[in-house]
Write a protein that binds this ligand. Structure first.
Ligand code: WTA
Length: 632
């Protein structure tokens, strides 16, 4: 069995020391515990200039054999996946490792039958139903590259991602359940595909039983296709550095970029971090509430747990339906022992009646986790006290789509925990703080820009179709370093606290958006001349979206215009990127060279206009008074 688990603080210190002194030996030992068709020739080859990072070069494997086949002998009848539907009255479904293996093989055969081959890109736009998990693993089984798009994105966003990846197929469903609402999904796909010439086939999974438009020759129902396929599908042999998946994420400029992860390194890093951070034990029931459309769902709902032979729970619904006790009811129902969620969910549940938590026993819980954004101390304590009953270690896990897995976090019951601190780096991770010039800050009790000086197996390999963009986004700001885009503090004992993004990325309820991306959407509205978007502190979402908008003419009804602008953003990106506040202005604070001074807009959005700093270099200083006076 693969374990790779550190059990004591001393072991952590030893592992950390070794991982720095002999990174290749360290990771090579861990990688050796997996199933490979052929062992690698070179453990690591790297430079951060191009960048070029290759782990386990020459190694041959298939990640799904490590997720499924290798467990069949010892855990064939153990539960692999528990699926809980949106509506508590609908029955849950459970799959043992043997059953999941069959489902994945069948789905893989359906893909093959419909023309998918190794290296093809397959776009998955599906709700949180078991078929989504089968679909992801089925792609990996046959060496197709999956690109999962969160099913809340708009048709325009989907089309951009499909075209960027040149996807050949889309996997989707008729519709989805979200709390009390039912949402048509296939309709969004149809709209997107009007501008996606690369897509040849669409496979539709039935969830709601709705009649949907099926394009002849292009669209097929999954339940028809699966009828006569075999339950066995040999796994395609992949090179360690072959692409496993693309996942689009926002940066500070331009359209979302396709972050690329590869088979070998991703596998090793997902399993190692899962086992160690959560200290998973064989009888645990593990639940990560993230959607598979985000990296957290990829690594810690699917791959990490399955690679470790764990029982992982997948939930279709939302934390507030049918009431605010839904998460806790599910924990009791399945005896969840490890629970991993986002601060935004905690903050939203905190605002409800405490009885929503207190009416459940939560006795099965052992470990709690937090991910996606900084967790404020109030939320940390509420979660620790009322959910964890002060008995469960609460690990604050810092990482990114680009890092594939957790980078800085306490290891439950092993390393120290401090509220609202991600604490220590995992073995193999070498963070440093630098100042604005890129000079390393070596002392403690400091604040700086968070970078990494050495590669780990899960590091981003490239941005799909545009390697230079990868270099510019992550490896060019500070020479020889991977720049995270986050600012961080290090306390007197060397524990890290992440402050948040220092670039033009806003983190709304744990979802990343580039300000440029939202501005671009707003500017599509016919009435809009120009806009500037900044984040502001929001009680539940962490950050909210504040838009300053210049219009062609002064609108008669500002409320109508606001509604229209919101509509435009929903159409271009999706509901999740709706601005919270829209202020109509006659000008923006610009320097003489035409650059918007976002610093000033951020202060206004934060409601702190007492000290706006130096505004003397502005082209038109009066505009600041107008903006201040009209602040929302
Ligand atoms: C933020 C999500 C503070 C951070 C896994 C990072 C966090 C961005 C934490 C990545 C945390 C994530 N504490 N901030 N524990 N976890 N972040 O790519 O700003 O969706 O750069 O990955 O979320 O977001 P992404």
């Amino acid at each position: 069995m693969i374990n790779n688990q550190i059990k004591t603080f001393e072991e952590y210190q030893q592992a950390y020391k070794r991982s720095v002194e002999d990174p290749e030996g360290f990771w090579s030992d861990i990688a050796s515990t997996f199933t490979w068709h052929k062992k690698w020739n070179t453990t690591l080859e790297w430079n951060f200039e191009e960048p070029n990072v290759k782990w386990f070069k020459g190694g041959k494997l298939n990640i799904t054999e490590n997720c499924l086949d290798r467990h069949l002998k010892t855990r064939g009848n153990k539960l692999a996946l528990i699926w809980e539907p949106n509506d508590p009255k609908e029955r849950f479904v459970r799959y043992t490792y043997r059953e999941l293996h069959e489902k994945v093989c069948q789905f893989a055969n359906v893909l093959k039958k419909n023309g998918v081959q190794k290296g093809d890109r397959v776009c998955i736009y599906m709700p949180m139903i078991p078929e989504l998990a089968f679909a992801v693993l089925a792609c990996a089984r046959i060496g197709a590259i999956h690109s999962v798009i969160f099913a809340g994105f708009s048709a325009v966003s989907m089309a951009d991602r499909i075209n960027d990846a040149g996807a050949k197929m889309v996997l989707t469903s008729d519709g989805l359940n979200r709390g009390s609402k039912q949402i048509p999904v296939k309709r969004v796909v149809d709209e997107a595909l009007q501008t996606c010439p690369s897509v040849e086939k669409v496979i539709v999974v039935e969830r709601l039983g709705w009649a949907v438009n099926m394009v002849e020759g292009r669209d097929v129902w999954y339940h028809d296709e699966v009828k006569d396929v075999s339950k066995e599908c040999p796994a395609e042999e992949m090179d360690a550095e072959d692409m496993l998946f693309i996942l689009y994420t926002s940066g500070s400029t331009g359209k979302p970029k396709g972050v690329v992860h590869t088979c070998g390194g991703y596998m090793v890093y997902a399993q190692y971090t899962f086992m160690n951070v959560f200290q998973y034990e064989e009888s645990d029931v593990y639940w990560c509430t993230a959607d598979i459309g985000w990296i957290t769902g990829h690594t810690y709902l699917l791959y990490g747990p399955l690679l470790s032979g764990a029982t992982t729970l997948m939930f279709e619904g939302v934390p507030t339906y049918p009431d605010m006790g839904r998460f806790w009811q599910i924990c009791d129902k399945f005896g969840v022992s490890i629970f991993y969620t986002a601060p935004t969910a905690i903050r939203s549940l905190m605002s409800g009646d405490i009885d929503n938590v207190l009416s459940y026993s939560l006795d099965s819980l052992k470990v709690l986790g937090s991910v996606g954004e900084p967790i404020n101390e109030e939320a940390w304590h509420w979660y620790h006290t009322h959910v964890g009953k002060e008995r469960c270690p609460l690990v604050d896990t810092w990482w990114q789509t680009e890092t594939a897995g957790i980078m800085i976090s306490s290891l439950a019951n092993v390393t120290p925990i401090k509220p609202a601190h991600a604490a220590f780096p995992l073995p193999g991770i070498q963070p440093i703080l630098v100042d604005a010039e890129g000079k390393e800050i070596t002392e403690n009790e400091v604040e700086g820009y968070l970078c990494m000086k050495f590669p780990w197996p899960g590091i981003i390999r490239t941005t799909y179709g545009d390697h230079e963009r990868c270099r510019l986004s992550y490896f060019s700001t500070y020479k020889g370093l991977y720049f995270t885009g986050d600012g961080a503090k290090r306390d007197e004992n060397g524990l890290y606290r992440i402050i948040g993004r220092v670039d033009d990325v806003i983190n709304v309820s744990g979802h990343r958006f580039g300000t440029a991306e939202i501005e671009d959407a707003i500017n599509h509205n016919v009435h809009v001349v120009e806009s500037a978007v900044v984040g502001f502190p929001h009680d539940i979402k962490g950050q909210g979206i504040y838009a300053f908008v210049i219009c062609k003419e002064k609108p008669e009804r500002e409320d109508y215009l606001r509604a229209e602008i919101i509509e435009t953003v929903v159409e271009k990106i999706g509901k999740i990127a709706k601005p919270d506040k829209i202020q109509i202005v006659s000008g923006l604070p610009k320097t003489r060279s035409g650059k918007i001074m976002r610093r000033i807009l951020r202060k206004v959005a934060e409601g702190d206009t007492s000290n706006l700093g130096d505004t003397s270099t502005l082209l038109d200083p009066e505009v600041v008074d107008e903006i201040k006076a009209g602040a929302l």
